[in-house]
Design a protein around this ligand. Structure first.
Ligand code: LLP
Length: 445
């Protein structure tokens, strides 16, 4: 069953409409595949996190994890909504700054920030660094010293909590490439060393336990473990934890059966756990969260044109669309599930179960296994919902396929925010060495 997220609806013409825009018109105007982002829904999600914290009367910051979907227009929205921006590369910093996002609301994550990236971030004056490991701590101290600056830092701690989600996006367990382990004692040692770095100002800690998490117990457990750690830091060094960033990871509804909580519920659980377990600290830290998926995921829909249909008698019918793993790698990478609908015949009853295949030269390039649709034919428009997070941002040019355009829709207006790549774009970084240059072949007599 296709679920209508945000402003999506089926209009009088029986077409899928998003943000007041008929998707069949969008396909005509912008072509397919096309990422359609419901702007009002994005803003509403951002506001619900902010309002939930305001209700809790806790000092807080809400950041948007831009890895989920980073474009200049998206940064404008995050800026207008007053959010901070969690970035993970020089490229994401550059995108934000080019969009006019203020450096003082950007902070930098990553397990292997290069010296060049750290220098770039220091020069641009971003707000803080989430230091991931000892090597980075020393490198940042060294670079800050060289530049005569003091960098604000928080340490990323791996709390040893296993959230129930796909193994590849589970990041809170001790055996992780991210962060200072809590249970191994690395986190405490990290604090000791950070406090000795005269060009770093240690303001607090960060934990991110995974992504697409539905249950709240993992957050409560993390907060409770971390509160003991904050207490130890206070007792040993008089260190006051000013910032506690509890990460992102809040789940969304990709398919029937997914049971995410509302933003307000996640925030209420976090606030309650903080109040309860941190009441004996000298003061409550400012609580930060950094959701990505739950802000943009359900706001995105990808529109495809159906091409070939292949029936394997008694086995399955493959319906191939003009995109696939190049615009959505998630089914192939994480066995992610999606729902689909025929956007141009959205009212028609389903009569057959088909498999939506991509066009890449990979047997595993399947977007949706077994979805019930009306009889599908060439030229139909197929929409897949919930593609706003980790789709465009993980898109590739495999098979030299051009990456799709992105439009923001709201109130019946569509705005192009990323142009479709051109054929020329595909070869724009290619170079042919002189020795391989095509020789003019003259006529030999
Ligand atoms: N903070 C940190 C430190 C993170 O590593 C992540 C995601 C987030 C925040 C945002 O998490 P979210 O709220 O979006 O769940 N490509 C995968 C997801 C990878 C998540 C990476 N880190 C996917 O498509 O499911």
């Amino acid at each position: 069953m296709y679920f209508l997220h945000g402003s999506s609806r089926i209009n009088e013409r029986g077409h899928l409409e998003i943000g007041g825009c008929d998707t069949t018109e969008l396909a005509k105007q912008y072509g397919t595949p096309l990422y359609i982002m419901d702007e009002a829904y994005i803003r509403q999600k951002m506001r619900s996190y902010v309002q939930a914290f305001q209700k809790e009367r806790l000092a807080f910051r809400v950041a948007y994890a831009s890895k989920a979907f980073s474009t200049m227009a998206m940064c404008r929205i995050a800026d207008e909504e007053g959010l901070m921006l969690d970035v993970v590369s020089e490229g994401e910093i550059y995108t934000a700054l080019e969009a006019g996002f203020p450096a003082e609301r950007i902070y930098f994550h990553g397990n292997n920030k290069t010296p060049q990236e750290l220098e770039f971030a220091l020069d641009k004056g971003i707000y803080l660094f989430v230091v991931d490991n000892f090597d980075e701590l020393h490198l940042l101290q060294h670079l800050s010293k060289e530049k005569g600056k003091t960098a604000r830092v928080i340490l990323r701690v791996t709390p040893g909590v296993e959230a129930h989600t796909h193994e590849y996006i589970q990041t809170g367990k001790e055996d992780s490439k991210f962060g200072f382990g809590l249970e191994s004692g690395q986190a405490l040692e990290g604090v000791r060393q950070a406090l000795n770095c005269d060009h770093l100002e240690l303001l607090g800690f960060h934990c991110h336990i995974g992504s697409q998490i539905f249950e709240t117990e993992a957050f409560e457990l993390t907060i409770s473990k971390m509160s003991k750690f904050f207490q130890t830091c206070y007792e040993r060094w008089g260190m006051i934890t000013r910032i506690f960033n509890t990460g992102g990871g809040f789940g969304i509804r990709y398919e029937q059966g997914d049971t995410p909580k509302e933003p307000a519920e996640y925030v209420a659980v976090i606030a309650q756990a903080v109040r309860e377990s941190m009441k004996d600290l000298p003061c409550l830290p400012e609580i930060w969260i950094e959701p990505g998926r739950s802000i943009v995921g359900e706001a995105g829909t990808t529109l495809y044109t159906v091409g070939t249909v292949k029936d394997v008698p008694n086995i399955r019918k493959y319906v191939a669309v003009d995109g696939g793993m190049t615009d959505n790698i998630r089914p192939a990478l994480y066995q992610a599930k999606y729902e689909a609908i025929l956007a141009n015949r959205a009212n028609e009853a389903s009569s057959e179960v088909v498999t939506i295949a991509g066009k890449a030269c990979e047997e595993g390039d399947i977007l949706v296994w077994d979805v019930a649709l009306p009889p599908v034919k060439q030229g139909d428009l197929l929409a897949i919902s919930c593609t706003g997070a980790y789709n465009y941002s993980m898109a590739s040019n495999y098979n030299r396929v051009r990456r799709p355009a992105v439009v923001f829709v709201q109130n019946g207006q569509a705005d192009l925010v990323v142009e479709r790549e051109s054929l020329a774009d595909l070869v724009s970084h290619d170079r042919i060495p002189a020795r391989l240059a095509k020789k003019k072949v003259g006529l030999t007599i």
